[in-house]
Design a binder for this molecule. Sequence first.
Ligand code: UGA
Length: 439
Amino acid sequence: MYKIAVAGTGYVGLVAGVCFAEVGHQVTCVDIDEKKVALMKSGVSPIYEAGLTELMLKNYASGRIDYTTDYKSAYKDADAIFIGVGTPEQPDGSANLSHIATVARQIAETIEKDCLVVVKSTVPVGTNDKVEQFIQDFLIRDVKVDVASNPEFLAQGSAVDDTLHAERIIIGTESKWAEELLTKIYRPFHIPIVSVNRRSAEMIKYASNDFLALKISYMNDIANLCELVGADIQDVAIGMSFDERIGNKFLNAGIGFGGSCFPKDTKALDYIARQHGYELKTVKAAIDVNKQQKRVLYEKASKRLITFNGLKVAVLGLTFKPGTDDLREAASLANIPLLLEQGADIYAYDPVGADNFERLYPAGKNGTGSITYVAKIEHALKDASVCFIFTEWGEIKAVLPETYKSLMRTPLVYDGRNIYHVQKMQDAGVEYYSIGRKP
Ligand code: UGA
């Protein structure tokens, strides 16, 4: 078993650290935020993620994981240091690598023995080469350092399970030593390892995410056409899914993809292509369709209603998908400002994301409109003139069609996640609009 340090305790770093500890490695997670470190030591996860707290408590109690702000003590004698810090999107679509650079320099100035530095963060192709050079430039002691690329494929909401039971582990290395060490570190996971060079590994991450984003945008594009020609996107998806070359996953049309990855990684790859004088037309199309898709429900409702001004508007679901409290690039963030601008009185419900949303949009008057956060779906629906569904939380899916009819002033529902059967909503007396299906 190896001594591993992990830089950054966001989704990528913390989940990786906890899973390394779970399979028996000795792990120290490093973060600059002292409050966060104190919380993690007491077993509190800074992110909402199924199964994570249990594994944090178990492995902390057994002494296999610790958390610290003292990067020096964590890095100096580590066999491998995994970098899982953020690479946020910049206004031009490129990735901001400043956090990676900071960690790389700290590593160079700290390590006292041969060490493998592993970049898990999603980074533009060629970054690992630069990280290696950067570390060499700042290295203080006479030790060997290799850099490997090891992109992460976990999805929020199922991060622990995705890591412990991943479909593949990608390792990108430029030396036998790095390849062998990383393979040994991952051996206890019993997951197929695909070993390629560093640039290919970096590209696999973008190519995979952007392919999935493309798949979603394609289905959304087809869904919009389905509405115009009288076809049903869900039936179309089922028909398509029997072809194994297409598969049955990621065919759900909806209100566009959100989260911290697809929006960022599509723009980043588009940027990388442009930097090389190449136009990545397919990925650009995925970005464009997604931008437009986030507004389709609002556009539909705007055509149906004279105004939102003074209307009680129920919003069910704020996060970018269920199982997370993350709001990044969520459809709610694209629509709620528009509704507030139009004077809507919004009553918003989300089982875990409401607090985060309230930090961005405090409860009360907002321009001509207002926003109120409710703990019960019924409180949002009571006397509402219109309801928007932005996230397919189980609690929201469990609301019966009759409930909209009985509670709302006007049972008018715009569903961005196609969670109801069209006929059942109509039979219950609900005026129901969804994505890619005939009203
Ligand atoms: C995504 C990928 O699924 C992971 O494999 C990847 O590791 C991760 O990005 C990353 O790069 O870190 P994530 O963003 O957590 O994971 O969430 P997804 O479950 O992929 O959903 C992304 C968005 O696509 C959500 O807004 C979801 O509602 C939407 N989506 C997904 C659809 O609209 N339709 C679908 O059929 C599937």
